[in-house]
Design a protein around this ligand. Sequence first.
Ligand SMILES: [Zn+2]
Ligand SMILES: [Zn+2]
Length: 391
Amino acid sequence: MDTESLKTSVISEIDSRGHELSELSLKIHSNPELGFQEVKAAAWLTQYLEENGFSIERGICELPTAFRGSYGTGKPAIAILAEYDALPDLGHACGHNIIATCAVGAGVASKPAIDQLGGSIVVIGTPAEELYGGKATMIDRGAFDNVDIAMMVHPGAYDTATIQVLACQHIEVEFFGKAAHAAGRPEAGINALEAMIQSFIAIDSLRQHIKDKARIHGIITDGGEAPNVVPAHSAGSFIVRAEEDTYLDELKERVLNCFIGAAKASGARLEYRWGDVRYAPMRNNLTLAQLFMQNMQSLGRQMQLFEPNHNFGSTDMGNVSQVVPSIHPFVAIAPVEVANHSPQFASAAVSEAGIHGLLDAAKALAMTVVDLTANPEIVNQIVQEYQQKND
Ligand SMILES: [Zn+2]
Ligand SMILES: [Zn+2]
């Protein structure tokens, strides 16, 4: 079968599985599980792959809800990544039910291409994208060592083949002061809450003089116990983000100085801890992105290579893109005014448009697998582009 016939069969395969894939997506959506607790989703996804001829390894990288489903053993080894964690309170407001389902659908629809043209397909289940950067841990534990190319599709409000993703790191901050009666003996107290408030003010001032796309944002998680007691303890959780790794390093130091200064001013003692996982910026592989974009366009999507209006926070797919040529396109399932991480987006993730986006994304991923297995020359170009950026 030639490339075009294989792509036609991919499309009809996904269409014939449309009902079962949308059922699977709905099931994950109505059973939201937080990062590293995605027991049901991981079980359903691996079961689907297993029933369709994939060999399954569960709990890889010592993460109980991570998995690998493999079909074929040849080169190139093409990974399609699934995310399936939800958000606290909001459920699947980032639409990871769609990411997961289109990954397994694309994997299964890629089988004829692997049978006829060689190569192998691995669907990698990557837990805890939202809160813990599960992929970073999986990279450290070797999950991507034998992978040549990695792809995933995220639902959003735009059709875009590449994304801008910021490097980022969390910081947890605590101030320790001294309790006292807030009216009777205020002079005996050290106010840990004031130290936290001063930190916010210092960060606000800093924010005027940082690069355009950098971001600093945080919340107070402990602000004291009672209004008539000088708060002896305060705590906050912050995220620092920047376009480049080097600028993130610089900004982290300046943010830390805001906390140190506030501690000095208030007399409270500062304790802080940077998050274990650092999210890397995304290196979009343009050769791979173009293939995916053309396949999406052939399905009638007005997909762009870049979408200047589309900003995204951070993702652990950025880390993957630093070690393997990668893409993380977006498929539109909601109007532009609907943001990810909102209740409206959670509804979009199970809407007609959501199912349509899921099926298009699965088709385009499997069609891209056809391109990659049929054209070793394109795989070389993708790898060359990746290596050039490494120099
Ligand atoms: Zn997401
Ligand atoms: Zn998200």
